[in-house]
Unconditional design. Structure first.
Length: 139
């Protein structure tokens, strides 16, 4: 069995884009306003600082998000940006004070008999699965 591990770390700008993207599809996730910054914490949370303006007054409000919400918005960000994710991989977050990373672990079953083709292939070698059953025209 082969194992594949992927780690996708978002920059602070990408993290803001991920929150904005998720807010467009998840009504009520965040109120209207401009996301000023996202502050990851080693406690496994992200604090979003949102600026709202009312006439001449600007107010900053902080919202703190944890595990499942962050995982959902990071998955959506990856899908929107055509970052390929294995559907059946185990996904979890690693959050530190400086970065947010989605970790994907995938176990792949491999068949016992695998054939490899080479440009220097021996003509007497066993045929590959793609060429099995084809008769050679050379006599």
């Amino acid at each position: 069995m082969a194992k594949e591990n992927r780690r996708i770390t978002l920059s602070s700008e990408e993290l803001i884009c991920a929150f904005e993207s998720y807010r467009r599809v998840a009504y009520g996730f965040l109120p209207e306003g401009t996301i000023a910054r996202c502050i990851p914490s080693s406690l496994g949370t992200i604090t979003v600082v949102l600026e709202t303006s009312y006439g001449r007054f600007t107010q900053q409000t902080e919202f703190t998000f944890g595990g499942p919400d962050i995982l959902q918005l990071m998955l959506r960000f990856c899908i929107e940006n055509h970052i390929m994710l294995p559907r059946n991989g185990r996904k979890h977050l690693a959050i530190s004070d400086s970065a947010v990373t989605i970790c994907i672990e995938l176990e792949i079953e491999i068949e016992d008999s695998i054939y490899f083709e080479s440009s220097n292939a021996n003509p007497n070698a066993m045929p590959s699965p793609a060429n099995r059953g084809r008769e050679s025209s050379a006599a």
